[in-house]
Every structure is written in structure tokens, then in C-alpha cells.
Design a protein around this ligand. Structure first.
Ligand code: ADQ
Length: 490
């Protein structure tokens, strides 16, 4: 094993213990037996890595890479990032049966579609639920063990780990301060009723001292769900307090954001600016405009309908043929789930269809890149685009929208944004769409392409002011301030 990869525990105290399903770094064996390190795509890791790089501490996560345990110590711990370790990653080893029940079945076939209102993908079985709770209990134990001091707060993330706080109460009583951020939407109470174990899920979440959602809408949905599932709980909607089983949970909304300064710096680098020019030249030739989509391959992101809207645009506006190109960057995700594999195939087939129907020897209308991009390549795409199109059917926040804004230092890009994203509630200046309305989405993109430079600048400047005033560091500080306030009891 290369010495740089060997486990070294950082000497500093652990002020935060983060707990998430996805790990921030993954180790994989190459074909020659060497070990490579990578950062998985996804909003959660992009959002939290700067937090631990800044604060230090411990991170508990599933060790999903095939070489993960080759670089840890006997307890599954490795110091990261490799060059300048700032935190200790505690990796949990999960069996194939655990991964199936906890991750594939309960998290991604039950909770994910339900929270995104996608009933056609929703499925539930009791054995997946039992495994989910057992695995959540393992995360709870690992989080308690990762604390350097008994008063370290435990910060749990997302829908994979809804039962962790409940297990911590069971294992360690009322003392440890536990809080959770729910990255995806929380559905309306009637939707939650489809989940046979909704009541236990809500009770487990009320094991948290503080529970934070992306938007006021999701927060209200949760409070209404508590009233619906637990009629004896006391719910104070105005103050966001729930009193249940002799405990109080504070419920807040704090929209997540991005590392604006880092994204802006990256998009200003001469090599990124040059790459953005190359992308435009390659995809547009001498003239033309670029529409950009960036999403994990996921049915909630509305990529299929987005392709339909682009087709409609080309049908209804023949004058735009040869003058606009749509670049869709879409790294495959959750390959273990059939619906995701099928979607990947469908998107490729649809892109081929658009290109063979409208393409010419000198113009390829839809460029679909189903691969992971490194941060600089992604920054060049954001910078190159005239229009960024986000058409999620539901989305907790959508970091792509904010990354685009942070990268557009030229102020000339237009954001076309689904009204069903948390970002739409958080930003003024985007052109809002209902992604189910294909015709109106197509017309909104046409309007964005035709928008004068003056209006583009005004809109982008407004959005840039908003994201600069609410960066990922503000998000962290707001949540940690609330944690401190609650711990003081004020
Ligand atoms: P996601 O559903 O993963 O996140 P999103 O917020 O859009 O969605 O974040 C996607 C992230 O993946 C972005 O940081 C983007 O840069 C990155 N990414 C996308 N394509 C990539 C590619 N080809 N190569 C490299 N990186 C790529 C969940 C919720 C969201 C919520 C976040 C954070 O579903 O609603 O905003 O968590 O809370």
C-alpha cells in the first residue's frame, strides 16, 4: 500500500460528527492492483466536504469502494483528504444483503420516489424496512463511537438515515445532541400515508433535537405529517416545535447552497475560460447558442421531458435549427436499480432520435455526455452555456442551478428553472417553468435564448447577489448557530 494512503488519525478534536450514507471519497482498485481515490458525484458530498475541510472532525459513512478497507486501519478509519487530512472517515462495511434491503429497497425504491411524488416507481416490503432499521442502528453505534468527546454533536444527513436519531436515543438516552438535515422534499401528509411504516419513520426522526429541511414548504409538510401520523403529539406550527414522548424537536428550514467563491474562482481560471471557448467552438461553430443540462441520470430530474421540450422547440421554431445546441451532461447513478438502468438506455435512444431527425452534417442538435466530469470541466460547461435548463419534477434544492449562477461571472447566462425545485423558492431572476408542460417549457427556453443582454444581466446579477449572500458557509453557520442556541437552552 502506498504510504500516503495509510490511515493516519488527525490529532485535532472532533467538533462535528457527520453521518451520511455516501462517503466523500471512495478508494477503488485499478486493473493493475493500484489504488485510486475519487469523489462520487452528488449534491450531498459537494455540499458537505467544505464543511469538514473547514471545521475538522469525523465522518461516518458506508465504505462503498472495493479498495476502501485496504486503506483504513482495523477500525475502518482513514484520515482524509489524502494530501492535507482534516477529518477522520469511519467506514462501515455493509454486506450485499444489507445494501439491498437498506439502500436499494427502502431508501431508493420506497423513500426516494415517495418524497418526490413518483408513485409509479414506489415499492415497499417489510424485509427491506427491517434491514433499513438494522443498518441505521449500526450507523447510530458508529456515530456514538466516532465522538472524541461525549458532548460532540452528531449531524445526520438525509433519507437513508431516518432512523439513526431514534436508535441513538435507544442506545444513549437523551444526552447526545443529534440533528438532521433532510436534503430531499418532504411530501404532503396524504402522500406519506402510502408508506406502511410512516408512523415509526416520523417517530424515529423525532429522536432529533433539531430537524432541518430545505424549504418552508417541506418543513410545513413535515409538521402536518406529524399531526397526521401522531395525533397525540403537540405541534406548534408557528414556532416549529414538536413535543412527543417527553422530547422536543425543533423543526426549521435552511436552504442549502454552494461554495460560491470557489466556483467563481474556478470558472475564472484562464484554462477554464479557454476550455469554455473550445466547447462553444466545437458545439456551435462560429455562431449559435448553447443550452446546458447537468443532472445525475434520475427520473426525478425530468431529463426525458426536457428532451421532449427540446424536440418541440425544434419542431415549432425551424429558424432555430442549426443555431442552438443542447449539451446534456448526465453521469449514470444507482446502477443497481432497474428503473435507473432503463432510463439510461431511454435517454440515449431519445438523443439518437433527435439527432437523426434534425441533425445535419455540420450540426448535432443534442450532445448527451453520460459521464462524470471533473470540477474544471464542469465549470467550463457552466461558463460556456447561454441557458441552463433545470426541469426537475421535484427537487429538494438543486445545486446545479446555484453552481451555474456562481460560475457565470460574465452575467450573461439565463437560468430556466422548474418551479418544483427548492431553488425556485430561494431565487428571484430565473425563468420559471412547470416541467410537465412541454410546450410552455419549449417556449420559455426560446424566450430565454431571445432575451436581450440588458435583461439577462439584471436577472443574473440579482441571482448572484442572492447566492453570494447565502453560501454553503452561511448554511453551515446558520445550522450550527441554531445547534448552539438550542444547546444553551435559549
Ligand atoms: P442531487 O439529487 O444529487 O442532490 P443536485 O443538488 O442537483 O442533485 O446536485 C448534483 C451535484 O452533482 C452537483 O453538485 C453537480 O455539480 C454534480 N454533478 C452533476 N453531474 C455531474 C457530472 N457529470 N460530473 C460531476 N459532477 C456532476 C440531493 C438532492 C438535491 C439537493 C442536494 C443537496 O436531491 O435536491 O440540492 O442533495 O442538498
Amino acid at each position: 500500500m502506498p504510504p500516503a494512503l495509510r490511515a493516519r488519525r488527525p490529532a485535532r478534536r472532533s467538533p462535528i460528527v457527520l453521518v451520511s450514507n455516501r462517503e466523500p471519497f471512495e478508494h477503488q482498485f485499478g486493473p493493475d492492483g493500484s489504488i485510486a481515490i475519487s469523489r462520487p458525484a452528488g449534491g450531498l458530498v459537494s455540499a458537505l466536504l467544505p464543511v469538514l475541510e473547514r471545521h475538522g472532525g469525523a465522518w461516518v459513512a458506508w465504505g462503498s469502494g472495493d479498495a476502501d478497507f485496504a486503506v483504513t486501519d482495523a477500525d475502518g478509519v482513514v484520515a482524509l483528504p489524502p494530501a492535507h487530512p482534516t477529518f477522520a472517515l469511519h467506514r462501515l462495511r455493509l454486506s450485499a444483503a444489507e445494501i439491498h434491503g437498506y439502500y436499494t429497497e427502502m431508501a431508493n425504491r420506497a423513500l426516494w420516489p415517495l418524497c418526490h411524488y413518483q408513485f409509479q416507481h414506489f415499492g415497499f416490503d417489510q424485509s427491506g424496512w427491517r434491514t433499513y432499521r438494522r443498518v441505521n442502528a449500526r450507523f447510530a453505534q458508529a456515530a456514538l463511537a466516532a465522538r472524541r468527546t461525549p458532548d460532540a454533536a452528531i449531524w445526520v444527513h438525509d433519507y437513508h438515515l431516518a432512523s439513526v436519531a431514534g436508535h441513538i436515543r435507544h442506545l444513549a438516552g437523551p444526552r447526545p445532541f443529534v440533528h438532521q438535515f433532510w436534503h430531499i422534499p418532504w411530501p404532503a401528509p396524504d402522500v406519506l400515508r402510502a408508506l406502511p411504516v410512516a408512523r415509526t419513520l416520523v417517530e424515529d426522526l423525532l429522536g432529533n433535537d433539531l430537524l432541518v429541511f430545505q424549504t418552508p414548504r417541506h418543513r410545513l409538510n413535515f409538521l402536518a405529517s406529524v399531526a397526521d401520523q401522531l395525533p397525540r403529539a403537540r405541534v406548534d406550527l408557528d414556532r416549529g416545535l414538536v413535543r412527543h414522548a417527553r422530547r422536543t424537536t425543533t423543526v426549521r428550514a435552511v436552504p442549502i447552497s454552494v461554495d460560491v467563491a470557489a466556483l467563481e474562482r474556478r470558472a475564472s481560471r484562464p484554462d477554464v475560460v479557454a476550455e469554455a471557448r473550445r466547447i462553444r467552438r466545437r458545439l456551435l461553430g462560429r455562431r449559435g447558442q448553447l443550452i446546458l443540462g447537468v443532472d445525475r441520470v434520475d427520473y426525478t430530474k425530468g431529463i426525458r421531458r426536457r428532451f421532449d421540450a427540446f424536440t418541440r422547440l425544434l419542431e415549432l421554431h425551424p429558424e432555430l435549427r442549426g443555431k442552438v445546441t443542447f449539451l446534456q451532461v448526465a453521469p449514470p447513478s444507482r446502477p443497481g436499480i432497474a428503473a435507473y438502468r432503463a432510463l439510461q438506455g431511454e435517454l440515449q435512444a431519445e438523443a439518437d432520435k433527435v439527432n437523426s431527425r434534425f441533425g445535419t452534417p455540420s450540426w448535432r442538435p443534442l450532445e448527451l455526455r453520460m459521464e462524470h466530469f471533473d470540477p474544471r470541466a464542469l465549470a467550463a460547461c457552466y461558463l460556456a452555456a447561454d441557458v441552463c435548463l433545470v426541469s426537475s419534477l421535484q427537487d429538494g434544492m438543486n445545486l446545479v442551478a446555484k453552481e451555474f449562477i456562481a460560475s457565470q461571472h460574465g452575467h450573461a447566462g439565463v437560468l430556466v428553472l422548474s418551479e418544483f425545485t427548492g431553488a425556485a423558492e430561494d431565487l428571484d431572476g430565473a425563468v420559471l417553468i412547470n416541467p410537465y408542460d412541454i410546450g410552455s417549457t419549449a417556449e420559455a427556453v426560446v424566450a430565454a435564448l431571445a432575451m436581450g443582454i440588458g435583461e439577462r444581466r439584471v436577472r443574473m446579477a440579482a441571482m448572484r447577489r442572492q447566492v453570494k449572500a447565502h453560501t454553503i458557509h452561511h448554511w453551515t453557520a446558520t445550522i450550527l448557530r441554531e445547534v448552539a442556541r438550542l444547546r444553551r437552552g435559549t
